[in-house]
Design a protein around this ligand. Structure first.
Ligand code: GLU
Length: 510
């Protein structure tokens, strides 16, 4: 049964979703699923100056890739739509008017130039200009608190620009509760009278956000710490409307790898890691930003890493599937202090997930790369051969892409040989020795790894030479360098004919 828990992720479509945004979405998703609730996506696009056309689709694609799709939103279970604020314009005007009528808001006609002059005047005296209880009725500011109703109406009729400001209360101590931070107390005299409705006929974030959270029956607002300073205004707005306020939870910032400051795209560029889930092309500049998906990360590894940026289960366990995260997640275990992002830890999660995936699953992921390299895997036999190869090298892979580098010699005769290895291991007498080995190999009937090992080693022992004299040049011939798993496993995998061919190739080329 669906519960009354309704949470929303409410991004502004101003560009690609930063991993901090994905983390916010993830915690909302986990909280919703944990409580059988609903996870809603609302697009907060009231700031037209910052609107970016491809951002909304990017956000949806990112949530889908992460496997945390929204339950309700644009074109999906639309119960309280529309879910784009730009399509809800009429509504906000109505609610702003209610606040004007109840005395919780007022018209302000101060022009940008006038406000700027006030600001500069204050700065000159070393003060900060705040528009609130201490000056709003002193006569220097032009608003409906000091003008008569007729004067206000005349200005509006004359088409003068105005905004609607919230009239924050004077001399009140506001008590608030945050699910993560506990009790927060604030003196309302420190608040400024924020604009709720703008000259362009659009609401500001604050008004639209509160109206929508109320109308969409949001039970918990889970969002980034950067919105904590807005909480008093939001709590007061609920009070002004006479609505029950949802519960609030402000998530800690995600910090730069060095610890101080918010993680930015620039940190990623500098240190060489993506800060976005998916690759993003800025349509205006053509700039392409890297994404975790395209960099080869598994979505579940990425999500597991993100879950730990600000939360922990209170045990040593670090590997959690999405289902396990849903089960274990608890807002009470989200930390108040910032979470340091670690590109190394992110890789570590990826590596762990690579190891826990079955050989079969990894093989499926590897096949398209083989096709790309022109290697055909035509039947089940060949596929199971690839799976054996995957099983022997997976341990050393972090990304699916690594599998090729680790195993290309299984599929291709080496065309180059590591010069250093050659110099050290391909000596006078080696070609003759390798030629003799070819003859030995030709006569081996049972080409299993164990048997080729036995027969070749016997031959070496009988010749009374060091193993290295044969084994190193042999590896060089087969792999092109002194790397790779157990040599006889390679021999058994590539087969007799290919083994002979590669040794003869090396004799000819080296
Ligand atoms: N539109 C805001 C943002 O971009 C939403 C903040 C909130 O969740 O209240 O983050």
């Amino acid at each position: 049964m669906e519960s009354n828990v309704r949470v929303r992720f409410a991004p502004s479509p101003t560009g690609p979703l930063h991993i901090g945004g994905v983390r916010t979405a993830l915690y909302n998703y986990l909280f919703a699923k944990k409580h059988n609730g609903t996870f809603i996506l609302r697009i907060e696009d009231t700031d037209q100056t910052r609107y970016v056309a491809n951002a909304e689709q990017y956000i949806i694609d990112a949530l889908n890739w992460c496997n945390i799709p929204f339950d309700e939103g644009i074109n999906k279970n639309e119960k309280f739509g529309p879910y784009r604020q730009s399509e809800r314009k009429e509504l906000y005007k109505k609610y702003a008017t209610i606040l004007l009528e109840t005395g919780w808001a007022y018209y302000a006609f101060d022009t940008a130039e006038e406000l700027d002059a006030h600001r500069k005047g204050h700065e000159a005296e070393g003060k900060t200009f705040i528009y609130n209880w201490h000056n709003r009725e002193k006569g220097r500011l032009v608003n409906s608190l000091v003008l008569t109703d007729e004067e206000v109406q005349a200005k509006i009729n004359a088409g003068e620009n105005y905004v609607i400001r919230f009239k924050s209360p004077q001399d009140e101590i506001l008590q608030m509760e945050d699910e993560i931070r506990g009790n927060i107390t604030i003196d309302t005299n420190t608040l400024d009278d924020k604009i709720l409705f703008k000259t362009d006929g659009m609401p500001t974030y604050h008004l639209a956000n509160i109206v929508d959270d109320h109308l969409m029956e949001i039970s918990h607002v889970i969002r980034g710490e950067e919105w904590l300073p807005s909480m008093p205004l939001h709590v007061l707005l609920y009070k002004a409307f006479g609505w029950d306020s949802p519960k609030f939870a402000h998530l800690p910032l995600i910090l730069k790898p060095v610890g101080k400051g918010k993680l930015s795209k620039r940190d990623g560029d500098k240190l060489g890691f993506p800060v976005f889930p998916l690759e993003y092309t800025n349509e205006a500049t053509g700039d392409v930003s890297r994404g975790y998906k395209e960099d080869g990360y598994f979505a579940d590894a990425f999500i597991n890493m993100l879950a730990f940026l600000g939360w922990n289960p209170g045990t040593e366990q670090e590997i959690f599937s999405l289902e396990a995260l849903v089960e274990t997640f608890d807002l009470k275990r989200v930390s108040k202090s910032g979470a340091k992002f670690s590109p190394d830890k992110t890789k570590w999660f990826q590596q762990q997930y690579m190891q826990t995936k079955s050989d079969e699953a990894v093989t499926e992921l590897f096949l398209p790369i083989l096709t790309e390299k022109g290697i055909s895997v035509a039947n089940e036999d060949e596929k199971s051969q690839v799976q054996k190869i995957v099983s022997s090298i997976k341990e050393r892979a972090i990304f699916v892409e690594d599998l090729w580098d680790l195993s290309s010699y299984f599929f291709e005769t080496p065309s180059e040989y590591d010069a250093k290895n050659v110099k050290k291991n391909w000596k006078e007498g080696t070609p003759e020795l390798m030629q003799e080995l070819v003859e030995i190999i030709k006569n081996i009937e049972d080409f299993s790894s164990a048997n080729t090992e036995k027969e070749i080693k016997e031959w070496i022992t009988n010749k009374e030479i060091g193993f290295g004299k044969v084994m190193q040049p042999l590896r060089l011939s087969l792999v092109g360098k002194l790397a790779g798993p157990h040599l006889f496993d390679i021999i058994a995998t590539i087969g007799k004919q290919e083994t002979i061919l590669r040794i003869e190739n090396a004799i000819e080329k080296l």
